[in-house]
Ligand binder design. Structure first.
Ligand code: GUN
Length: 297
């Protein structure tokens, strides 16, 4: 049976609308404008695109934003000094350092230097810990949060279902496990995480009611790895050569979309699935940061 498509672009647009309403209320009732600082170190082309998209969306939603682009030769001292400055800047409620930075930059040390109250990415150990124990006064990392929102707004309740996550990154796989397993509304799943060292991986993915592919390998998930009627969430954004030669590259996910489409009950497309949700949840987190820092409930 062909799947129904989970339209991330549409759901993200709705979240942005809600964020814009919150921005308007903050201006009207509290005379406060949320602010986000985005730090880009180096010239990774994909990172540059993502950072520009984030800043553009801030402008659209009337969130104050600053883009700090540092040279690819920037030193740790320079990055840490900038983070410190942003930590102490009252116009800035959220700080994001785009990942991955160039090799001379120790990302862990940079993340540790961000004031956890402004860590809208939820990369800081303090916020990761809060998320793991189900405490709600930190943040939820943007991509896994976006996936939880996609499931909720598509009427998929993970409770009692077997969710299988392919990939164990700190940005997606690990936090995704933590969120789905929580004893909380919209979660309560039985969770398995499979990865590059997993034996009999397709045997496990075939048991998934909800299959989340976040392994960063183009079209890794094929139809034989998917149970009939599964909900399939594709986190991958891979640039591959365009087989038709029409442009320089084509974007494909971690799922072989055409064949899995016929097997799944619901599926996210690439692009237009998980991607747009990441920015939507980032700006949602920025509003939360602003409210918390201003004592607004
Ligand atoms: N690189 C890929 N995804 C992300 C993200 O969500 N936040 C940051 N800072 N960098 C990323």
């Amino acid at each position: 049976m062909p799947a129904s498509i989970i339209d991330g672009k549409m759901i993200a647009a709705k979240v942005h609308e809600e964020t814009a309403e919150e921005v308007a209320v903050l201006a009207r009732d509290y005379n406060v404008q949320p602010g986000l600082a985005v730090v880009l170190v180096g010239d990774d082309p994909a990172s540059r695109v993502y950072v520009n998209m984030k800043v553009k969306k801030c402008k659209e939603l009337r969130i104050y934003s600053e883009k700090h682009a540092l040279d690819k030769t920037a030193t740790m001292e320079e990055v840490l000094e900038l983070v410190k400055k942003l930590n102490n800047d009252s116009r800035i409620n959220g700080i994001l350092v785009q990942s991955p930075p160039p090799p001379q930059i120790d990302e862990d040390e940079v993340v540790a230097a961000i004031n956890p109250a402004k860590d809208v990415d939820c990369f800081h150990a303090s916020n990761v810990g809060k998320m793991l124990i189900g405490k709600n006064d930190g943040f939820v990392p943007c991509t896994p949060y976006g996936i939880m929102m996609l499931l909720e707004r598509s009427g998929v309740d993970p409770s009692g279902k077997h969710a299988v996550i392919i990939g164990r990154s700190n940005i997606v796989g690990k936090p995704m496990m933590a969120l789905l397993v929580q004893k909380a509304k919209g979660a309560n799943a039985t969770v398995t995480c499979v990865h590059s060292r997993t034996k009999n991986l397709p045997e496990i993915t075939r048991q998934a009611d909800i299959l989340i592919a976040a392994i960063g390998q183009p079209e890794f998930v094929t139809a034989d790895m998917v149970k009939d009627g599964a909900v399939v969430i594709d986190v991958g954004i891979n640039r591959v050569e365009d087989p038709n030669g029409r442009s320089n590259y084509q974007l494909v996910g971690d799922v072989k979309y055409d064949e899995v489409f016929d097997k799944a009950s619901m599926i996210t497309p690439v692009p237009g699935g998980v991607g747009p949700m990441t920015i939507a949840m980032l700006l949602h987190n920025t509003i939360k940061a602003c409210k918390q820092q201003n004592g607004i409930v």
